[in-house]
Design a binder for this molecule. Structure first.
Ligand code: UDP
Ligand code: MG
Length: 316
């Protein structure tokens, strides 16, 4: 049984050597045959050169060079597609996911589980705000969507071959991996660990990217925002109707003294805002439909280095 370790790499030159040392040390001790699929996701430093050097030194390392930066989810998809093992383990190149945990993941796999999640007990080196917003995000998305996305689980987990095949059969272009991993189901279990800070380099995720990631997750796995927009519209119209009744009655009883300007402005602006918001929500979904309907590949491969052979101009 071969194990594939999938590593998306974007400007990770400071981490690759030590990553390889740690992974190969642990995997060799496990005694299980393994390969490491490194996906260079449009790095601007010498990540690719280092990966090629590693490949030449250790043929178990496969290198996939994407044609540009496609983002982590696409890079991960490329790696999972190329994995040849009976199980795959996505691993961050920055050593935030300790490779020392791999034997524990494998043990659960041998016990018959198809998905083994590595759940973070702590997030060292992350701000209070990031921790709080992550917590809030998992609560919101799990409330809104039918699939249960496990909280505090990154992409670090073990996926067996049937799960990998199931993931490959999902046609969507925009891939919110955490959600897809949960959506496919299968027998799953958890193991727990403490997450270390980045080994070197700095994260490319800022709050704007994280916010978009959250919107991506929610719109991929929930239609609640669309329904919310409709309900909000109903409630506002209902209130406006009651208010209108009150205005008519008060005009009949007390007469009209031309005082309506503030209330008119308030109603007008409020309704305008609600309409814009609902339109925005619809637009978010419409944009996604448009994106999916183009059927573009999730990523493009410029070159792969695999077992000394080279294949040119591969397209996904
Ligand atoms: N990554 C990638 N493409 C990107 C951004 C990141 O392949 O556009 C990789 C990165 O090299 C790392 C992993 O995704 O292996 C996680 O990235 P990062 O450490 O920046 O995220 P964080 O740990 O802060 O969530
Ligand atoms: Mg990281």
């Amino acid at each position: 049984m071969t194990v594939s370790i999938i590593v998306p790499c974007h400007n990770e030159s400071g981490n690759l050597k030590i990553l390889h040392e740690r992974v190969s040390g642990i995997m060799d001790a496990c005694g299980e045959p393994w390969e490491m699929v490194c996906v260079n996701d449009g790095s601007t430093d010498d990540t690719l050169l280092q990966l090629i050097a590693l490949h030449q030194q250790d043929p178990r390392i496969h290198v996939i060079d994407l044609s540009r930066n496609f983002g982590k989810e696409a890079a991960l998809t490329a790696g999972l597609d190329a994995a040849q093992g009976d199980a795959a383990i996505p691993l961050d190149a920055d050593l935030q996911d300790p490779p020392e945990l791999i034997p524990a993941l494998l043990a659960q796999w041998h016990d018959g589980y198809d998905v083994v999640n590595a759940v973070r007990l702590s997030r060292e080196g992350e701000s209070w705000f990031k921790r709080a917003s992550a917590h809030f995000f998992y609560r919101v998305i799990n409330r809104m969507s039918a699939v249960d996305i496990p909280a505090d689980t990154g992409d670090f987990r073990l996926l067996s071959r049937p799960v990998l095949n199931a993931l490959q059969s999902l046609p969507e272009r925009r891939r919110f991996m955490k959600g897809l991993f949960a959506w496919v189901g299968f027998r799953s279990t958890n193991i727990y660990y403490h997450r270390a800070p980045r080994h070197s380099g700095k994260t490319t995720w800022n709050y704007w990217k994280l916010w978009n990631f959250a919107v991506e997750g929610i719109t991929s796995f929930s239609q609640v925002p669309l329904q919310l927009a409709a309900y909000l519209g109903f409630i506002v119209s209902g209130l406006a109707f009651i208010y209108a009744l009150w205005l008519i009655i008060s005009t009949l009883v007390y007469g009209n003294h031309v005082k309506g300007y503030p209330s008119m402005m308030v109603t007008l602006l409020f309704l305008g805002g609600v309409q814009l918001m609902a339109l925005g929500v619809i637009g978010e979904y419409l944009g996604r439909i448009y994106e999916e309907s183009k059927h573009r590949p999730i990523y493009l491969v410029r070159h792969t280095w695999k077992n000394q052979q080279r294949s040119n101009n591969e397209l996904n």
